[in-house]
Write a protein that binds this ligand. Structure first.
Ligand code: FAD
Length: 400
């Protein structure tokens, strides 16, 4: 029977301060702890409980002492650790999970499927305006719906379903389409009673050369103010924003893929006063791919935030039809990934860095290829890195 003891919590009782990780360390001489509740020894594995806030410092210290961290496992606030936490790995906490910094969002209840397709919430359209400036390509609209009278609430990074009226070509009622929520949980009117979307009207030519317009996106883009709208959801846990205020959040967006990142950035910067419990002080880096300057959605707001928070928000455009790479190619999001690869690879090795990708399906393969090539140049294996990041809930993809 193993004996367990509980490591003390630390001075500051905030959630971040309370989160601890168990470092398994080898090859280090006996050292007294700083004023933490641990010490380490010189043979076999040693186990050190480290509060989140001191992780970087502790990694550096172990490095300096010539030690090597072979495993990092997250611990719950009351997770027991072995009584002799300086003995070998057979004594470690049973069923350790892989290291994850993102799990903290799990302490918040994620609402899902409050309204289902057979009983959707019927809201009203409060706003529907064009986001593409004169001379840009296509139609993208910002829509806001009134949710009052219902119970629909959501978190940044989730999606809602919209059921367009009418029937499909088989005479069946139209099915719902999903849209990423572009507003924070407070909604654009800051009263918690609205939800906003960023919708591109789908338009393409079929094989016969006829122009076809998407059913739901066309319906939304031409929705009148005050019109009823059938909403389901919310859904989605893939794109949630971690609660850590000092995280690094890398966002790769194309077109309407900006929607969840608008919600993130509004929460981090624009609506700071609404979130006393979330005062972002990490780094948010948005790489935004669009064809023309006129297609930069929410341009004014993005640039204002970048100017106001130069240390915390970095805004990089990839304007494919206007900018060119050193070798004369078009600039896409992946070109920027390649351009900033050194910095990006450094960042993604930090345990509190999250990468998000959102937009059209086509963006994923070239971005993955770029990461693969850049990792190879650095003697790393992107596939393994990505898998590990995914396990750690630090790699988030939503493409459609
Ligand atoms: C999680 C998630 C989040 C999303 N978020 C957003 C968002 O924030 N904003 C947004 O605008 N959209 C978003 N979408 C996409 C959205 O759900 C719809 O798919 C989109 O609006 C098109 O729906 P529609 O009814 O207008 O088109 P439909 O009438 O359903 O037509 C779509 C169909 O047209 C065909 N088609 C499309 N393009 C072509 C082409 N070039 N050539 C030939 N055939 C083609 C395909 O068969 C396709 O299935 C999201 C999707 C998902 C899954």
């Amino acid at each position: 029977m193993k004996k367990f003891t509980t490591v003390k919590t630390f001075a500051n009782n905030s959630t971040i301060e309370e989160r601890r990780f168990l470092f398994e360390v080898v090859g280090i001489a006996n050292q007294e702890s700083n004023n933490l509740d641990y010490s380490i020894r010189n043979s076999g594995s040693s186990f050190i409980a480290v509060p989140y806030a001191r992780m970087n410092q502790e990694m550096n210290r172990i490095n300096r002492l010539g030690g090597k961290i072979i495993k990092i496992t997250p611990m719950g606030i009351n997770t027991p650790i072995p009584a002799n936490s300086l003995s070998d790995s057979s004594d470690v906490t049973p069923n350790p999970e892989p290291m994850t910094q993102a799990k903290s969002h799990k302490s918040v209840k994620v609402p899902v499927n409050i309204y289902r397709p057979n009983n959707p919430f019927v809201g009203k359209c409060l706003e529907n305006y064009e986001l593409v400036a004169e001379g840009g390509s296509g139609t993208v609209r910002h829509l806001t719906f009134d949710l009052s009278g219902g119970d629909l609430h959501y978190l940044e990074g989730q999606s809602i379903g919209i059921i367009p009226p009418g029937t499909d070509d088989k005479g069946k009622p139209n099915k719902l389409r999903l849209y990423s929520i572009a507003s924070t949980r407070h909604g654009d009117r800051l009263d918690g009673k609205t939800v906003s979307l960023c919708v591109r009207q789908l338009e393409y030519k079929n094989e016969a050369g006829e122009t076809v317009k998407g059913v739901c996106s066309s319906y939304l883009c031409s929705l009148d103010m005050g019109a009823d709208i059938a909403i389901t959801g919310p859904v989605g846990k893939e794109m949630l924003l971690p609660q850590e205020e000092d995280a690094t959040i890398i966002m790769l967006a194309t077109g309407t893929g900006i929607a969840p990142f608008r919600a993130f950035l509004w929460r981090m910067f624009k609506e700071r006063e609404k979130n006393p419990d979330y005062q972002f002080k990490g780094l948010a880096w948005l790489i935004f791919g669009i064809p023309y300057t006129e297609n930069i959605l929410y341009k004014e707001d993005l640039e204002k935030m970048a100017a106001e928070y130069p240390d915390n928000f970095r805004l990089t455009y990839a304007i494919s039809r206007e900018q060119s790479t050193a070798d004369g190619g078009k600039v896409y999001v992946q070109s920027r990934v390649s351009e900033y690869a050194d910095e990006m690879f450094e960042l993604i090795q930090k345990p509190n860095t999250h990468v998000y990708m959102c937009g059209l399906k086509g963006m994923e393969p070239p971005i993955s290829e770029t990461f693969t090539a850049e990792a190879e140049k650095r003697g790393m294996k992107w596939d393994e890195m990505r898998k590990q990041m995914k396990k750690e809930e630090r790699w988030h993809v939503e493409v459609y």
